[in-house]
Design a protein around this ligand. Structure first.
Ligand code: COA
Length: 335
């Protein structure tokens, strides 16, 4: 039987995609590839790429749309959580920059980086703050990613995958509802998907020891990916996370109205559906439009499904992600 607990109420949703649309055909002009290869191997047709707008700008547009949808003022927000692996600065956080843009001065503001699994982790963190009933009653959760910043456009196996975009939810506490989460990470796979930050080069440094992870050298700060290892991890953990979250929620995967998976590769999603014994109709997939937008991919897909009437209030939803870290997570809630 479904377990009832204190969960989340989604009061408002909003998303933002930069104007520039890059097609598979466009990639044939910069790397040795084809529309046929990209479509068959990944399911991606187009992705949106910024024209220089930073991550905080993308996030602020989605946040403003979500606030309008919720019908609340910036001053009503108690906590802003931003999920991103592509921040504009080491400091300040993207959350502080978004807070400044939308004028929610005074709220708590912080970033979390769980790569593509970020929105699941963020949702769970928001729920835990709300659960505490300790002064946080309204949370603005924003996923904002500008992956084009560290995408290596000389690496044909990875550059065709990624896009930019953002999405935001306004969340409140909801009593006696469906909610369960199953989150985890396996740091032994950290080197399979990595983009480096600045190296330690302080003036007092004496030792030459290299503390780098055991992975092939990538160009400067660009993203390195071992596609096959990530693929193996993803196909294994997607179903694993959903099954475990379902067990905690007291429901079976087939009882879910919709599963919104991280949009990385349609073949990964098809394998997960097969492993779960659910039809692809249950899987919300918009990867053809946006490619992989990291932590923004799940909420963007959810919002498209809501706008198109595929997801409705009262539906039992599962968000399931995997990504850099390596991380994995599934969150089940009633919309
Ligand atoms: N166009 C044409 N050929 C390409 C290509 C491209 N864009 N990218 C790679 N190839 C080639 C390879 O060089 C290889 O050629 P070879 O057989 O002559 O050596 C061939 O296609 C097959 O490569 P392979 O790596 O086996 O392809 P794949 O079917 O595993 O697909 C990925 C590659 C990256 C699409 C796939 O591994 C994947 O999706 N992995 C997960 C990545 C992911 O989800 N990352 C984000 C996680 S959050």
């Amino acid at each position: 039987m479904a377990v009832k607990t204190t969960g989340i109420e989604i009061m408002g949703i909003g998303r933002y995609l930069p104007e520039t649309v890059v097609t598979n055909e466009d990639f044939t002009k910069i790397v040795d590839t084809s529309d046929e290869w990209i479509t068959q191997r990944t399911g991606i047709k187009t992705r949106h790429i910024t024209n220089g707008e930073p991550t905080y700008y993308l996030g602020a547009q989605a946040a403003k749309a979500a606030l309008e949808d919720a019908g609340i003022k910036p001053a009503d927000i108690d906590l802003i959580i931003v999920t991103t692996c592509t921040p504009d600065y080491y400091t300040p956080s993207t959350a502080c920059l978004i807070q400044r843009e939308i004028g929610a001065i005074g709220s708590m503001a912080m970033d979390i980086n769980c790569a593509c699994t970020g929105f699941d982790y963020g949702l769970d963190m928001a729920r835990r703050y709300l659960l505490a009933e300790d002064g946080v009653d309204t949370v603005l959760l924003v996923a904002s990613e500008e992956l084009s910043k560290f995408t290596d456009y000389q690496d044909r196996a990875s550059c065709i995958l990624f896009g930019d975009g953002s999405a935001a939810f306004v969340l409140k506490r909801k009593k006696e509802t469906l909610y369960a989460s199953f989150l985890g990470a396996d740091g032994t796979g950290a080197g399979f998907l990595a983009a480096r930050a600045l190296k330690s080069e302080n003036v007092f440094r004496k030792n030459e020891k290299d503390f780098d992870m055991d992975m092939p050298a990538s160009r400067e700060h660009y993203l390195y990916q071992d596609g096959k290892e990530v693929y193996k991890f993803a196909t294994k953990t997607l179903a694993f996370a959903v099954v475990n979250a379902c067990e905690k929620a007291g429901i079976k995967p087939e009882e879910l109205s919709a599963i919104v998976p991280h949009q990385a590769n349609v073949r990964i999603i098809e394998t997960a559906a097969k492993n779960l014994g659910v039809s692809m109709d249950k899987m919300v997939v918009y990867i053809d439009r946006y490619g992989n937008t990291s932590s923004a991919s799940i909420p963007i897909a959810f919002i498209d499904a809501v706008k198109e009437g595929r997801i409705n209030k009262g539906d039992k939803i599962c968000f399931v992600g995997f990504g850099g870290g390596l991380t994995y997570a599934a969150v089940i809630f009633e919309y």
